[in-house]
Design a binder for this molecule. Structure first.
Ligand code: PLP
Length: 372
């Protein structure tokens, strides 16, 4: 590490780097595809990937999709929702876009200052007679206040659909993250902890949703000469499923590697005046998806740290800035001032590089640069 002090790194360090299985493993899986010439439309790998994921996640109901966004968009459509959906502005564009593209009205609820998930204490004041559902996000893999959210939802007869794009493989009180709510969406995008190049899944409580999700991802076709729904094309292909099957063999080791690095960051950065890390939940087994750090009253602000790191060829990201209710495409429709905690955190947070093959020395260098 000390050899790098004061020098710019030759190879850029990005906020994340896709995990890849050994090349031979993937190539071995391609051969049968050349024989069968069945490349997409729910082939052998698709079905095997689905089976293994259900087992890994401990759920009876799961459908695969071409990506996480289509998974969420079609899950909302399958539930036949109408009216307002309460959600968080502190997330990736996909969460809100999926609501809006379904003709639903997003209503933003502020977040907890300690873990940046939807603040369940503010939830009830957002509920109106038009509310139909809640879409909370396990942001950075931080578990939402699931018990409180679902208790409120039950009392008001609302559906709960989690955006669990960041939470693959996590458990709370020994229960898998996919077991909560009416449905959860997972993203298997190349930049996520677990991926199938692009890909996604919906897990759900009511088994009757399976058929509808299947039909909606296949244009709403319900028979050879019958199209009953205005569906989309959301099918996962065999090359994606093959990558997912390969990566699933290695995901536990990948998470262990991430844990070691995340703990080093925590060791070095916790307890420093003006630096805040996410509150850890002792009941949660984390996947160490991200390393967000909040600079609040620190000697340097978030943007200065971002630039300082960039000078060393280290590229942190301002996840999530701006908040969704501050996007250009929603101008005049929402006001960031309605969610002051989210607005403030989005200006103070920086997500530091974290991926399985990141070197511990680089973590130390990043900490040195942040602390100097
Ligand atoms: C990645 C992500 C998505 C969308 O997933 P894709 O697979 O990229 O379509 C949705 N929500 C959040 C919070 C994400 O990070």
């Amino acid at each position: 590490m000390s050899t790098w002090k004061g020098e710019r790194l030759e190879t850029p360090v990005a906020v994340t780097r896709s995990s890849l299985p050994p090349l031979e493993e993937y190539v071995d899986m391609l051969k049968p595809l050349w024989e069968s010439a069945w490349l997409t439309n729910m082939g052998t790998y698709h079905e095997e990937f689905k089976r293994q994921l259900k087992e890994y996640m401990g759920v009876p109901n799961l459908e695969l999709f071409v990506n996480g966004h289509m998974a969420l968009e079609l899950a909302l459509q399958a539930l036949e929702l109408k009216g307002e959906v309460i959600t968080t502005p502190f997330t990736f564009a996909s969460t809100t876009h999926a609501i809006v593209r379904n003709g639903l009205e997003p209503v933003f609820c502020d977040i907890h200052p300690s873990d940046y998930t939807l603040d369940a204490d503010l939830l009830e004041e957002r509920i109106t007679e038009n509310t139909c559902a809640i879409v909370p996000v396990h942001v950075y893999g931080n578990f939402c206040d699931v018990y409180k959210i679902e208790e409120i939802a039950r009392r008001h007869g609302l559906k709960v659909i989690y955006d669990a794009a960041h939470a693959f493989g996590e458990t709370m009180d020994g229960k898998g993250v996919a077991e909560f709510g009416d449905a959860s969406m997972f993203s298997f995008h190349a930049t996520k902890v677990f991926h199938s190049i692009e890909g996604g899944a919906v897990t759900f409580r009511n088994e009757k949703l399976a058929g509808r999700l299947y039909e909606l991802k296949n244009f709403g076709i319900t028979g050879y000469e019958r199209v009953e729904y205005v569906g989309a094309n959301g099918k996962m292909n065999e090359f994606q499923a093959a990558m997912g099957l390969c990566n699933l063999r290695h995901v536990d080791q990948e998470i262990e590697k991430r844990q070691r690095l995340a703990l080093r960051y925590r060791e070095r950065l916790s307890g420093v005046q003006g630096i805040r890390l996410c509150q850890e939940n002792p009941k949660v087994e984390s996947n160490y998806a991200y390393m967000p750090v909040v600079f609040d009253g620190y000697k340097k602000n978030r943007d200065q740290i971002f630039q300082d790191l960039a000078k060393y060829n280290i590229h942190a990201r301002k996840y999530f800035y701006p908040c969704v209710n501050h996007y250009d495409c929603y101008k005049g429709r929402f006001d960031e001032k309605d969610t002051p905690v989210a607005a403030q955190i989005s200006r103070q947070v920086l997500t530091l590089p974290l991926y399985a093959d990141l070197e511990l020395d680089v973590v130390d260098l990043i900490c040195d640069l942040v602390l100097e």
